[in-house]
Design a protein. Sequence first.
Lengths: 581, 581, 290, 290
Amino acid sequence: MTPNDLTIRIGGEAGMGLESSGAGFARALTRGGLYTFGVADYYSRIRGGHNFFSIRVSPQPLYSHVDPVHLLLALDVETITRHLDAMVEGGAVVYDAKETLPSHLQRSGVNFFAVPLTALAREHGGSDVMRNTLILGVAAGLIGFDQAYLESVIRDNFARKGQAVVDANLRISELGVNTGRSFQTDFPFRMEAVPGAPRRLIVSGTEAFSLGALAGGCRFVAGYPMTPGSPVLQWFAAHAAEYGVVTKHAEDEIAAINMAIGAAYVGARAMVPTSGGGFSLMVEALGLAGMTEVPVVVYNAQRPGPSTGMATRTEQSDLLFMIHASQGEFPRFVLAPGTVEECFEAGWQSFNLAERYQTPVIVLSDHYLATSYRTVEIDALAFDRVTIDRGALLTREELDALEGPYLRYRVTPSGISPRAVPGHPNAVWVSDSSEHNEYGAGDEDAANRVAQMDKRARKVIGAEKELPQPLLYGPEAAQVTFLCWGSTYGPLREAVERLNRERPGYANMVHFGGLHPFPREATEALLAPAQRLIVVEGNQTGQLAMLLRCHTGRVADGAIRKYDGRPLSPEYILSHLNGKV
Amino acid sequence: MTPNDLTIRIGGEAGMGLESSGAGFARALTRGGLYTFGVADYYSRIRGGHNFFSIRVSPQPLYSHVDPVHLLLALDVETITRHLDAMVEGGAVVYDAKETLPSHLQRSGVNFFAVPLTALAREHGGSDVMRNTLILGVAAGLIGFDQAYLESVIRDNFARKGQAVVDANLRISELGVNTGRSFQTDFPFRMEAVPGAPRRLIVSGTEAFSLGALAGGCRFVAGYPMTPGSPVLQWFAAHAAEYGVVTKHAEDEIAAINMAIGAAYVGARAMVPTSGGGFSLMVEALGLAGMTEVPVVVYNAQRPGPSTGMATRTEQSDLLFMIHASQGEFPRFVLAPGTVEECFEAGWQSFNLAERYQTPVIVLSDHYLATSYRTVEIDALAFDRVTIDRGALLTREELDALEGPYLRYRVTPSGISPRAVPGHPNAVWVSDSSEHNEYGAGDEDAANRVAQMDKRARKVIGAEKELPQPLLYGPEAAQVTFLCWGSTYGPLREAVERLNRERPGYANMVHFGGLHPFPREATEALLAPAQRLIVVEGNQTGQLAMLLRCHTGRVADGAIRKYDGRPLSPEYILSHLNGKV
Amino acid sequence: MLTRKDFEGRERPTWCPGCGNYGILNAIKAAFVEHQIAPHEMLIVSGIGCGSKLPLYMKVTGYHSLHGRPVAIATGARLANHGLRVMVVHGDGDAYGEGLSHFLNAARRNVRLVDLVQDNRIYGLTKGQYSPTSEHGKRTPTSPEGALDQPVQPLALAIAAGATFVARGYSGELQHLAWLIGEALQHPGYALIDVLQPCVTFNRGYAYEFYNQRVYKLEDEPGYDPSNRTLAWEKSYEWGERIPIGILYRGSPLPTYEEQVPALRSGPLVARPLEKLGMAQVEALLRELR
Amino acid sequence: MLTRKDFEGRERPTWCPGCGNYGILNAIKAAFVEHQIAPHEMLIVSGIGCGSKLPLYMKVTGYHSLHGRPVAIATGARLANHGLRVMVVHGDGDAYGEGLSHFLNAARRNVRLVDLVQDNRIYGLTKGQYSPTSEHGKRTPTSPEGALDQPVQPLALAIAAGATFVARGYSGELQHLAWLIGEALQHPGYALIDVLQPCVTFNRGYAYEFYNQRVYKLEDEPGYDPSNRTLAWEKSYEWGERIPIGILYRGSPLPTYEEQVPALRSGPLVARPLEKLGMAQVEALLRELR
Ligand SMILES: Cc1ncc(C[n+]2csc(CCOP(=O)(O)OP(=O)(O)O)c2C)c(N)n1
Ligand SMILES: Cc1ncc(C[n+]2csc(CCOP(=O)(O)OP(=O)(O)O)c2C)c(N)n1
Ligand code: SF4
Ligand code: SF4
Ligand SMILES: [Mg+2]
Ligand SMILES: [Mg+2]
């Protein structure tokens, strides 16, 4: 932890608006030319329960949050109780002067700055949320961050509440900054703005995926609210009128996916965002899409299960469920982006895969990836690389020229049958969810069954090459090779960096961003030189480790797993590695 | 194929009542001291489409149907068209004299006996179903089977339709027998009754499983009609009043499993019978049972998928789906009985497992196993071995003596927490489908989460030993070792026998009747001496082969798979083996 | 000029001889001819059941989908292409059992669908279990002691759910049924037609003889005013010696769901070319992230 | 003699200050005291949502189950132990959205349940999306341009589904609500209580001020006859300047589902010892297989 890399944490009760204040502060830091990584931690309740938002900030790009905290902004005493242990030497706690801290909440090496938060907020307008503005001002003052960026964000964020609110917040922010500055002598860490830095973006996994999907032509989104999947539904709802998208908050998840299938059947690029429990209700229809070869994209932002589990926390425990969900056997793709960049790509690539292979595509995210914010370069969301490839979708002209009856499920060498959508006189057919013949009509003949099963299976022979490939990060050869998938990329990447900083060439890692069909050959090639394999994943049973053994025969030498609802962190990985190596 | 082993096939259109007639004939043969194996083949329609019922009969016990046919009872010409190729040399076709057979339907080495089926049926009472009675009489006459047994079945089966119907059928049956006898010189195969044989049973997988479940204390069955699962619901409905069982045909499968969970929560042994598509809708609630530790038994009689698939046919393609269904991770058991004897055992054992481990148990059957009839010894359904073990279920006395607050989810070394059911003043608690603490109340604390996850996972450490163990059939050492699961047992067993008859000691097989938690140690021990492994299963992707590699590292040397909706047969296995060895 | 022949399917129905579904199939074809709707202008989404096989037995664009879900699929299809006519055809088990919630939601949303329910008051394809509309006490394989549920009242429920076109047809009255289908097709919004459909194999008590003696047409009923919702609601309970068929309720049309969606004002979703975002759009989107 | 204290839970509610659920919690406790129902004699099955956390905040046997499924679970519980009282407590999204079909089926089955719906006309726990009872045009995160669905009419639907006890309560009228719960508990069969529940955080338009000015009690309404089904059905649509609370419909009781199940005549299922089959039973069963 260099002084060039700070973590600021703001904590308090649910209902205090911590997340949006914290995200606003991260935005200000980003505008100030710094890189941030912001992550929220909250309970599944509307009020009460301890919530916090951590912002890591550095002049260098960041891929993960970290555990140690430099500056704790405590809106209540509970925050101090919970996070004092995480504070670094020389760190500081800012708290409300109205509280008297019990002695066990003091800690040598940590400074305590009392600020009359509630009193000042009342004085300046009354709204409790102004304490957030105030305390974040204090933070800016403490680290020596240019308050102009803070002010610009305040202006943007409070604009729709009117000039009076903006002004009040600006005033209290300034008060905070000055207060913070006055404490600087007792706080060794600084993080100044980088004035000439290029403009950057601050973006969450939810936003990145939604943007990718929109860019990729997603025009129909149906869902039912469920944390942390529904923010994608809500993102699309907010952009629907402007970008010509139909969104539907349906009566339940079953309706949502069936609506999406109906929309896709008639030719729209359609998606359902959900979380594991909602996905469970979509399982039957997933098979319908597989059988009738309807391209549909399912976005599952995982949260800890089983059942209701922990609604506002994170886990990576739905992988094998995604691969095997629904009765019978049919091809599907499972993607698991690891960064916001990859979320964006998964957004558009999933639709190309779905339409080219005429089969469902599942994008697995999780609460951590979906809700954390990261500062990235302006071109990180690569809009210019987006393509829209609708595969063997017959154009109007091709349909005009069609002779003879249209065979929706023609048996072809590739397994892919030219696809029409309803509405053309030359392509009038019925798709049957029962095993069907080339016309689409139910047919129980044994040879036909095998022909259609083989046709569908054939579609994905070799198609794992179309998925994001397993990526090696770090030196080609290393003593330890870590494996991970999805959102574990960031924390593990940082752990690998730190290991190599201490012992150059010690560790590398392979990240899976596409897991089904399993990229066997690429994996075998990447892992051939690996000496010691350790699989790091956010679940209890080791789902990637199982896939690895099943498809390559490699048995991992160790595992680092986490399933307490909190994301993996570099420190967690390193401390568990030491327990293992 | 010895003359001691005949297959008689009756074929015609849907709606002709073939299945019940065929089953009746198999019952008569059983009463006559013979062993039978009866299997139906029909379309998912109420009328039309070609249906047939095959009865294999022998003085020796049988475990499977076979492909070759000795005697074809053709109620229509289509039957001859479809099955002529399956006829053995010397076989015979009985058909309706009103038809003129086209020349391509003649075959040397096969005799054709014309009988005025329709004409005689009309003469004797008019009902078309009487053609079935007549033609089965012809069959009895041809093979020299004592008509008294046929008559006893006719009396039982038609009794509720009144004496007139019984008499008419008896008359026409006798006519058939006499006609059959008159053809005997042109038909070389005989199958006489074994008069002094012990009484035996003729039983389907559906019946065996239902009986086992009832014997095991199943008192609540909720379901929604779906072939081939609902026959279990209907069996229970028919026996409900007599045996004190509540059955509920619910509004959908979601309601069905949630009702069962509600019933189990208050202390009843509860089950949901379904098929894959219905199971897909139960996935969310399965996780609820896992999380809240409610014992519930799910019976899935598989049919070909994906989606509606082939409603009246067979497949073994839901295995991995069963193991991974529902978001998050929780313990469960998956059983896959292979014979009616094992169906019976799975019936009661599943409830003991569910209650002892307080977790859902899935019993996987399939259309073939559920609907085929087999003659077994009178004690094959081992009622005397049934036990009812409710596990750590607190008795009234134990609850009376309880001190302090009741901890429904107490963290114990075994992971099993003493369970109460609602209704006692000393055990008042709320079970939460969110992660909960020992009281059952939602709790998001990280340490609590891990404690409860580990507690649940701990329940099944070593519990694979409680499952039906993988069973070796055949010599200890062999050149080829086959692996299979579920209903493939019968056909594969016969294939192994035949191989060893030709080349003694050539083949053996291992059958899995319990697949999750995977019996790793037992499998490794059994397979250690195996030279060449071939996995035989009724699916496309090789699901057992995947499990095998994943859990033991063993890669099968070959695979024999079938997914055309028809069951594996000994001949299919042998011919595909020759293609492979 | 379209004729019956234009709707001839490739396959012959496999329904039992005498099944009420033949009449429904013929009525649908007749309505399409009458209203000159070509096979490719119509999407029939069906569920799973005997009756749901209907689109396979005529020439039409169709989707033989999942048990209980055709209404949701049809809703999605309409929202993505409201230039296409969409009809749902399914059994009573499909519509009022597994699919009950979708049916009521389509009604309150007023998605423009003709929802034709083949109400044989039994599960046909799975061989005769009682259905949501089976009468109390009905003995079937899942209710050998008699069904204990009171039957669903689909017409009353549809009205309570907000449907503005609620009708009952009878497959033994082909012309009348064809007329009803035509009216429903012209109704701007969700239209339910519950069709009394004899299942001659599994529900012999409700065969043609039963209905022929009882059904009467509301159009012939002096003074019956289908625009009176309370009257319609009461009428929907009439079942016994007299069974009404015809349009029970026709409320003043409400805007359809599709009409109200901002993104659909400029035409069907699928009619717009699927293009990459423009520079200005990308700029605007990125601005939100700064 | 049970008192309020006997229902004190281990945990304090985490609802927002001012949330209507506090009133409902208090009314439930008051009703249990009034009718002397001990915590172990009642099973409260709840769904998922803010309000569904209720059983966790009092002393009672409970099951905080799945979103939309508590009615099905409660039905199973009643069928397996009709010696136990069973109540369902859940939100409007749970009851009329995800769980719509189970609600209507419980009504037509007449399972003896008190079904209390915390109708805040919004999804609380997931932070303010529109719910099945939200008004047309409501702007929320999933309907930024205004909701396009017409709201579900739960009372009308319950009546149409065959419920014989249909009531509306208001969490701001604690004593009245407690009385309603008591009446519902005594009703032999399915009883719906839709409770107007202010969500002070996500649905400020329907706060106490809104309801306090509008609600009136049907009991005080001269001439209102809750046994008249048509009247009740019409009344269920009244919503505006005046909003009725009280018992809208109380039909003559029908036999409960549980009463009609042959296997339950001799007492609750779980009360019978779970024993192996006797020799004679085995013999009888094997006879079917010969
Ligand atoms: C999810 C699911 N559950 C059950 C089934 C089995 N199933 C097929 S058709 C049917 C009911 C048929 O009844 P109905 O909808 O009234 O149609 P009918 O056959 O009477 O025309 C059922 C339960 C299924 N295909 N899918
Ligand atoms: C299957 C499923 N879908 C979605 C969710 C997410 N979810 C939790 S509560 C809720 C809705 C809450 O609304 P309501 O039922 O009205 O209860 P309230 O919070 O308003 O009391 C939803 C959609 C879930 N838990 N399970
Ligand atoms: S079973 Fe009934 S509904 Fe099905 S085809 Fe036959 S008559 Fe028609
Ligand atoms: S969000 Fe609304 S319903 Fe939920 S606790 Fe707060 S006020 Fe109550
Ligand atoms: Mg029906
Ligand atoms: Mg609500």
